[in-house]
Design a protein around this ligand. Structure first.
Ligand code: FAD
Length: 464
């Protein structure tokens, strides 16, 4: 059996590649001829591309559809140069122009079903999109400005009700709504199943009242929707800790955010990197939401949200790779140009070898990343019925770990290779180093991934 058989839903063309229509073109009849020819083989390895082009990254393992996505995203990101990102980082200003540009061309629906206005591609292509954004110089800030819109909508598309499928998802794709993801809590941290935010159903069953606190919620200031995980049955009353949690897709109206006493309050967190996007503490105090904001069945929220979590790990791995390759490219160029003691600094093996090592780590992490994304996509299809959720979990977690570590190594080497200039904002590498801690910490830390693999793959006793 071929892993790489293209599902029928891959019949897609990208406006950004063609400039022929204002949306992702879904009907096969609308696909421009030059893209149609790619569709038949869109998930097979590319044989028609040069192995190297505008990047140090080896492109030979990518599929035609991933390379098409890459080309098209590069055209969008070309309008957002490093000056843009330096300035937005300095002023802590939301990069809404990037979100709007991607929404305009339909990119936010890249991995959503065609039936709801998405492109019907997979996490394999979405990972390429996120990597390309990050690698363009936008880094984690650029990626995080749309990140939740891409992965948090995965469980919504699978378990959402009619209104959520017919209105919310198309609204997120078109950019009408921006969404954020509300799971982490200050007092429970990585022990997600103990989270305390509670959604209490009204006696007439028409609404829930939410009380509790979330922390580190990215883009909550600019988002109008939140995918929220809250407890609907107290922990003491459930058989398993993973029961009794529910997922909601709730409104975060501007006026409620700004009105004291509305039951919704946001506090921005000052942070190390990715300063263009906001991160927040979010307080709910009897904040009322309609009952139909529930996604799927009450009490099944943890299982539902897991569906998006493996997708998120793949995307974050791609984002980390983007940072790593951007830093390596900059460092290699600098090492060729910068002359000290009468020779290019890159002639010193103390500079060259760590960069060569960073390259090999990135390439290995890249293979792990796109392998895990492919497994994630396959697991949802008939051909992939042999791919177990455990395999996807192990591969997606491993890829996120490896890519984050490879990115860190690359960003750190890039700063050191630049000498003092590595510390100057205008060379960007200090910004990327600050940002590359995010994939190491979130959405799950390195330590918890090591715990997961020790326990679930190696069968070792649980340590906590
Ligand atoms: C920039 C940024 C953006 C984020 N965006 C979002 C968002 O949009 N939505 C959202 O819900 N969350 C978000 N998060 C939160 C993120 O997912 C959490 O910070 C992360 O899951 C870690 O949780 P914690 O900070 O509570 O760490 P803690 O749980 O307090 O852990 C602290 C440290 O202890 C270690 N540790 C804990 N238990 C164990 C153990 N048993 N074995 C070994 N080590 C252990 C951890 O690995 C970690 O190093 C974001 C975080 C950051 C930094």
């Amino acid at each position: 059996m071929s892993f790489l058989t293209a599902p029928a839903s891959l019949r897609i063309a990208l406006r950004a590649s063609t400039g022929t229509s204002s949306h992702l073109v879904r009907a096969s009849t609308s696909i421009p001829r030059h893209l149609k020819s790619r569709n038949n083989a869109s998930r097979h390895f590319s044989s028609s591309r040069p192995a190297q082009s505008d990047t140090l990254m080896d492109l030979s393992n990518f599929t035609e559809s991933q390379l098409t996505v890459r080309d098209a995203i590069l055209k969008v990101t070309a309008n957002f140069d490093n000056n843009y990102w330096q300035e937005h980082d300095r002023t802590e200003t939301d990069p809404h122009e990037l979100h709007a540009a991607l929404a305009k061309d339909g990119w936010l629906g890249i991995a959503l079903p065609e039936a709801y206005g998405g492109a019907g591609l997979g996490i394999s292509e979405a990972t390429m999109m996120m990597q390309t954004i990050s690698q363009s110089g936008a880094g984690m800030a650029g990626a995080q400005s749309i990140h939740a819109n891409v992965y948090a909508t995965q469980p919504l598309a699978k378990f959402g009700n009619k209104e959520q499928l017919d209105n919310t998802i198309p609204g997120i794709i078109s950019g009408k709504y921006r969404t954020c993801f509300g799971v982490t809590e200050p007092n429970t941290g990585l022990d997600t199943l103990k989270l305390k935010t509670f959604a209490k159903k009204s006696s007439d069953g028409t609404k829930y009242s939410i009380s509790g606190q979330k922390i580190w919620i990215t883009c909550a200031q600019v988002a109008t929707k939140m995918i929220l995980l809250a407890r609907t049955t107290p922990l003491e009353e459930v058989k398993k800790a993973s029961d009794g949690l529910s997922m909601f897709c709730i409104d975060l109206p501007e006026d409620a955010k700004r009105t004291p006493g509305s039951g919704l309050e946001l506090k921005k967190i000052r942070k190390m990197g990715g300063r263009a996007v906001d991160a927040n503490e979010v307080f709910f105090d009897n904040y009322e939401i309609p009952a139909d904001t529930l996604v799927g069945k009450e009490g099944q929220g943890f299982k539902i949200i897991l569906h998006g979590m493996n997708a998120e790990r793949c995307l974050l791995a791609g984002e980390a790779l983007g940072l790593g390759y951007a830093a390596l490219e900059k460092a290699s160029a600098y090492a060729k140009e910068r002359v000290v003691f009468g020779r290019a600094i890159g002639q010193n093996q103390a500079i060259a070898h760590p960069l060569a090592d960073a390259y090999m780590n990135l390439e290995a992490a890249k293979l792990a990343t796109y392998h895990s994304a492919m497994l994630y996509d396959l697991a949802g299809t008939e051909e992939g019925s042999w791919v177990s959720p455990n395999t996807v979990g192990a591969m997606a977690n491993s890829a996120k770990y490896l890519a984050a570590e490879a990115a860190f190594k690359s960003c750190e080497r890039a700063v050191m290779s630049h000498g003092g200039m590595g510390y100057a904002a205008e060379y960007d590498v200090e910004r990327w180093l600050r940002e590359c801690f995010v994939p190491r910490l979130a959405p799950v830390s390195r330590e918890m991934i090591l715990n997961y693999v020790s326990e679930r793959v190696l069968g070792l006793p649980r340590s906590y």
